[in-house]
Each structure stands twice: as structure tokens, then as C-alpha cells.
Design a protein around this ligand. Structure first.
Ligand SMILES: *Cc1c(COP(=O)(O)O)cnc(C)c1O
Length: 470
């Protein structure tokens, strides 16, 4: 059969609220034209993020009732520990409340000012947790991974020549080499097994530990099975285990491929680092057999880590994103190619060429999708990255709009609706106008900034000129 269907049936439903265009216009006005400030209730289809927003299975919900809330040595930790050990093979498993807690504990333990961590592309919390230690987060993704329209099967790969060169020249300052699978900040692009083996070989040669940022390890394993020569007959689980076996440790957000709403872990083989990390864990997260999680969370994550490598799930998961990408591409909407494992990224700058970057084409598109279709997407562009440390503003490298697909939450008809709404907005794109910021915070302004619609396009250009001057 060619049709790939959702590999589940639905046992509990949660109604979503339909609103009129006028109601959404009003809601967005009240939210200062920033979809982060909307009440989630007023959103019909929420594609803001795939983090912690997925649906749990009936097995996960029943596992919650088995949660053992004992402070120390809980049965749920034993179960969690067994599943993570079987999957990753790492000697030490340290539970945390989410991915960034694992990052903070790791980096605070191992980094000193002036040291360097290498990665294909650091995710923003990863980078922030390195920089807060006055250390440097350096990105070494392959050149193809930086070009949105370039089609390459493994756009998340590490540039092995630059890695070798960096290890040779800056070796004494480099504490850790990481690879993020899939490469979230690069559009959810996968990394090949061959590339991971190459990173392993260089880390062994230069005596550096190698960790995975494993948030989307299962989606990455599926891409390897589909795209890497010689991998077609292996199960995603076997591939995932080989990925982990090449590394010395990992950080993990269970809000992604843990198929849970909260949770994470830090895992590693090094006894000394693990002991120091556990000491910090006790200080800020909790006792080593629960970290930042309730016993029932440990159960939900353990079951989620089993379900996430099921072939039927991964086939449907990756196909649902590819399907949306195909519909948009066929309708002439420019997107980052090929689509990644968890999201479709629209190139808003290419789609809305009359709105200059400093009039925020990404926000114009995000807001139109909300008002026209009740869909919430996320600007990843000049609002998010354009503000400079000195308070000035420059266009970000790209103005993208991310449609992140929560796991197992929406059905194909929801995705069909999303595609239709986007094509409708695209058909009327000449009516869209840019925005200016009326109030914003000094850091992470995209979460709270308020915007006002510009009068017309030429005002947008004016805004650009004055922002440069200021
Ligand atoms: C989400 C994410 C993190 C951080 O995890 P949280 O659970 O959100 O704290 C780290 N790295 C990557 C690649 C992520 O996608």
C-alpha cells in the first residue's frame, strides 16, 4: 500500500476551539501582534514547537499509574535506567527535568573560561549554557548545511576537515566535541553514520571526548535507514544503538524523541565527570534516582524511548513532514530543502521580497497564518537573532518561519488544512505588510516583544533605513 497512515487510533480527544477571523484579529491585537503572547486556547493548530507538545500513548498513560514516587531507589528509576542503558550503552545515566538541565550540569562541571566546545550547530540553550561559563561554542557544520535551498541527504554532517584542523590548532582549549542529531538549528537535518564514525576517529586520535546532543536520535536513525547506503535492512533501534556506541556520552531532552511532555537525561562513560555531575545534580535538580522528574515521568519517558524507534511510527512521522513540504513546494512556497525531521521551514524573505528584513517578513507571515487560519508558527529570523549586543539591529542570516509538527498530535486532515491555509496566504501575499517593534526586552526579545503594523511597504524601507542609522 502506498498510503502511509497514522499508526494509531485515538482513545481520548481534546476539542480545539474554532474562532472567527475577527476574533483572531482581536486576539492578536491584544497580544501586541506577537503569537507568543496569545492564549493557546485561541489557537486552532499549534505548530510553535515540537518540544513537549506530543501525545502520549495508552501504554505511557498506564505507565504513569505505575510511577513509584519513592525518594531514593524508586522502581521507576530502575525501569528508566534499564531502557536508557539498553538504548545508549552508557555507564552513567543521570535524569534531569529537561535537556537544558543536562547541558547546564555538564558544562558547569567540565568547562573553564576560554575553553571551547565544538558542534555541528549548537542549539540555542546549548550555546547559552556554554557561553555562561565564559567558554566558546563553535559550529562546524558542512558548508552545504548553511544553504537553505541546497539538497543534500545529510545536511547536518560535521565538516570533518575543519574539525581536524580545529583539533590540530586549538586542541588544548577544546574540552568536548558534540554532534546534534538531528541538527535542529540547521532545520532538523540528519547526520550520517559515516560522519559520526569520522568524528569518533578524530576524537580518538586527538584524545577528546565525543558527546551526542541526542534530542532527535530516532528521527536521525530513520533518515540513516532511508538514505545511507547499506543501512536499509537494519532496524532504527540498531542504527540508534550504533550512533550512541560511537559516542562517550550524550545530553537528551525527552520532550522530543522521548515522546514525553517533560524530562531528559545526561549520560556518559567517564566515572570522574559522572561523579562531579551527580554532585551538582543533587544541588540543583534532585537525588540521582529521580533528577528533576517525578516517578511517573520516568515511566513515561522509559516507555516513550521504546515506542519512538518503532518503524511504523517513524515512517509516519517523517512522511507527515515530507507531505506538508511537498504540498507547499508544489504551490510555489519557498522552503528549506530537503525538509527536516520535525519541521518545515518557510523562507519568508524569499516569499515576501517587498518586506525588508528589518520590517520582519517572518512576523508578517506568522501573523497572517494566525489571522487567516488560526495556525501558530514561529519566526526564526531577524526578530530572534537580529538584535546586537550594543542594542543595534541587523538582518539575520535568514528570515524563516518554522512549522514544527508535534508528535502524534495532529492527523493528516489537520496537515491538509495547514497546507491549504498557507497556500491561501501565499496567494494573497502582496497584501501583507511589515511590522515595527514598539516594545521589547534586551535579551530573547522574540518571546515578549510587541509589534505594530507598518502603513505600507515603503514605510518598511524607511524603518530599515532608520534602524540602520540608529
Ligand atoms: C530542545 C533542545 C534542547 C534543550 O532541551 P529542553 O528540553 O528544551 O531544555 C537541546 N538541544 C536540542 C537540539 C534541542 O532541540
Amino acid at each position: 500500500m502506498k498510503t502511509i497512515i497514522e499508526p494509531f487510533r485515538i482513545k481520548a480527544v481534546e476539542p480545539i476551539k474554532f474562532t472567527t477571523r475577527a476574533e483572531r484579529r482581536l486576539a492578536l491585537d491584544n497580544a501586541g501582534n506577537n503569537v507568543f503572547r496569545l492564549r493557546a486556547e485561541d489557537v486552532l493548530i499549534d505548530l510553535l514547537t515540537d518540544s513537549g507538545t506530543g501525545a502520549m500513548s495508552s501504554d505511557q498513560w498506564s505507565a504513569l499509574m505505575r510511577g513509584d514516587e519513592s525518594y531514593a531507589g524508586s522502581r521507576s528509576f530502575v525501569r528508566f535506567h534499564e531502557v536508557v542503558t539498553e538504548l545508549t550503552g552508557f555507564r552513567h545515566i543521570i535524569p534531569t527535568h529537561q535537556g537544558r538541565a543536562a547541558e547546564r550540569i555538564l558544562f558547569h562541571t567540565i568547562l573553564k573560561p576560554g575553553q571551547i566546545v565544538l558542534n555541528n550547530t549548537h542549539f540555542d540553550t546549548t550555546r547559552a549554557n556554554i557561553e555562561v561559563e565564559d567558554a566558546e561554542a563553535r559550529d562546524l557544520v558542512i558548508a552545504e548545511g548553511r544553504i537553505p535551498s541546497f539538497i543534500h541527504p545529510f545536511k547536518g554532517n560535521m565538516d570533518l576537515d575543519r574539525l581536524e584542523h580545529t583539533l590540530a590548532t586549538d586542541g588544548d582549549r577544546i574540552v568536548l566535541v558534540m554532534v546534534t542529531v538531528t541538527n535542529n538549528s540547521g532545520g532538523g537535518q540528519p547526520v550520517s553514520l559515516e560522519n559520526l564514525r569520522g568524528v569518533r576517529a578524530l576524537c580518538t586520535r586527538f584524545g577528546k571526548p565525543f558527546f551526542l546532543d541526542a534530542c532527535r536520535f530516532a528521527e536521525n536513525a530513520w533518515f540513516i535507514k532511508q538514505r545511507e547506503p547499506g543501512q536499509q535492512d537494519r532496524t532504527p533501534r540498531e542504527i540508534a544503538r550504533e550512533m550512541f556506541s560511537l559516542a562517550d556520552g550524550c545530553t537528551m531532552s525527552a520532550k522530543k524523541d522521548g515522546l514525553a511532555n517533560i524530562g531528559g537525561f545526561l549520560a556518559m562513560n567517564d566515572d570522574r565527570w559522572a561523579e562531579e555531575c551527580r554532585n551538582l545534580l543533587i544541588l540543583t535538580e534532585g537525588f540521582p534516582t529521580y533528577g528533576g522528574m517525578a516517578g511517573y515521568d520516568l515511566e513515561a519517558v522509559a516507555r516513550g524511548l521504546e515506542e519512538v524507534t518503532e518503524e511504523a511510527y517513524l515512517r509516519y512521522r517523517i512522511r507527515s513532514i515530507e507531505y506538508l513540504a511537498e504540498r507547499l513546494t508544489a504551490g510555489g512556497v519557498p522552503i528549506v530543502q530537503p525538509p527536516g525531521g520535525h519541521a518545515v521551514y518557510i523562507d519568508a524573505r524569499a516569499m515576501l521580497p517587498t518586506i525588508p528584513p528589518l520590517a520582519y517578513p517572518g512576523v508578517a507571515l506568522v501573523n497572517a497564518l494566525y489571522v487567516d487560519g488560526g495556525i501558530r508558527a514561529c519566526e526564526i529570523g531577524t526578530v530572534m537573532f537580529g538584535l546586537q549586543p550594543d542594542g543595534s539591529e541587523i538582518p539575520a542570516a535568514m528570515d524563516l518561519v518554522r512549522l514544527a509538527i508535534p508528535r502524534r498530535l495532529y492527523t493528516q486532515s489537520h496537515i491538509d488544512y495547514v497546507a491549504e491555509a498557507i497556500l491561501e496566504v501565499a496567494a494573497n501575499k502582496d497584501a501583507l505588510r511589515g511590522y515595527r517593534i514598539t516594545s521589547s526586552a534586551k535579551r530573547l526579545r522574540h518571546f515578549t516583544a510587541e509589534f505594530a503594523l507598518l502603513e505600507n511597504v515603503s514605510t518598511g524601507q524607511h524603518a530599515e533605513a532608520s534602524a540602520f542609522a540608529g
